[in-house]
Write a new protein. Structure first.
Lengths: 88, 246
């Protein structure tokens, strides 16, 4: 499945909105097939911060591990956020 | 540190302001920040007090609010009592900035502002000493923005998980260099590290104060130059300059 991140907004900066996105998306994630890839598409995202990503991307990777793939990560705040998350 | 009456070279002034020497020359020609010409070659020098006044000019109201012993709500045009108001104003700022700057710049400036502003809410929710929320003001023309809270400050927040911390300077250093969250048992907390990473890799500058510690950070800085400051504030004060980005 592909998660079109911009459907959560294009300025993704706060912890509560990241947490809310994670909770709201659970029913969809629960439908993922056992070997299905989870593609996160950052197309259209203008601003991303570690606060938001920590609440959505970190638990997503914790659950689906290597099945998570990221695409369209050229936006500089997306890149900077992923760099920080990958350090830990 | 130079004394107040000593003149600063253009390089020293540029470092304090977090801009390039060329920018200072441009500001001098435009009369925005006049220099003093001295020496046989007419080199530019600056009074330290002029530099400090310039740094404070756009954020004087914010600093007054941060330092005041009398708690009062800021003007409604700059006051974000809740996170929702901050998010709406941040998106407005983002939209205005996108009229004069490419998306790469808009993305980084808004991310830094968003992280600092949201940090204030994350660490003071339910614990605001007097006025809840943040003071958020910006000038697209001057390429600056300011974010202030009257919260508990970094030392109080981090001391809960790092009991050995005794000064605001130490706490600030931990916040900008380590992944540590004052929101135990949360293990996350790399917001200010993220801010630092962006600032030192891009032509930005940041002035940050918490308690009696202050920090100037700009592109290329490898070490954190944390200094004591007499005018103490309880919360956090951040001034971001992004002139050189545009």
């Amino acid at each position: 499945m592909t998660i079109d991140l911009k459907k959560f907004g294009t300025t993704l900066v706060s912890r509560p909105s990241g947490k809310e996105a994670w909770l709201a998306f659970q029913p969809v994630l629960n439908e993922a097939l056992p070997e299905e890839k989870i593609i996160v598409d950052f197309q259209g995202i203008v601003v991303l911060t570690p606060s938001w990503a920590d609440e959505f991307l970190t638990p997503l990777r914790a659950v689906f591990k290597d099945k998570v793939q990221l695409m369209n990560i050229t936006n500089p705040s997306v890149k900077a956020t992923l760099d920080i998350l990958d350090e830990h | 540190m130079p004394t107040d009456n000593k003149l600063l070279s253009i390089g020293e002034a540029a470092a304090l302001l977090g801009v390039s020497i060329d920018t200072l020359r441009r500001w001098d020609s435009a009369g925005r920040l006049p220099s003093i010409r001295s020496g046989p070659l007419g080199h530019r020098f600056y009074k330290r007090t002029d530099i400090e006044r310039f740094l404070q000019a756009i954020d004087v109201a914010a600093r007054d609010w941060a330092e005041s012993t009398i708690a009062s709500q800021p003007n409604s045009d700059v006051y974000c009592q809740t996170r929702d108001v901050f998010q709406a104003r941040l998106e407005k700022f983002q939209m205005e900035l996108s009229r004069v700057a490419p998306i790469e710049v808009v993305s980084l400036v808004t991310a830094v502002a968003g992280e600092i502003g949201n940090n204030s809410f994350d660490h003071n929710l339910g614990n605001w000493p007097d006025i809840p929320g943040i003071f958020f003001s910006y000038s697209i023309r001057d390429r600056k923005l300011v974010l202030v809270d009257r919260g508990q400050g970094i030392l109080t927040t981090l001391k809960r998980v790092r009991t050995e911390l005794i000064s605001s300077g130490e706490a600030m250093k931990v916040a900008f260099t380590e992944t540590v969250s004052g929101r135990y048992p949360e293990t996350r907390g790399n917001g200010l590290k993220f801010v630092r990473e962006i600032i030192v890799k891009n032509p930005f500058s940041l002035y940050f104060q918490t308690g009696d510690a202050q920090l100037y950070l700009k592109k290329g800085d490898e070490e954190l130059d944390i200094q004591p400051i007499e005018s103490k504030i309880n919360g956090c004060f951040a001034l971001i300059n992004f002139e050189e980005l545009i």
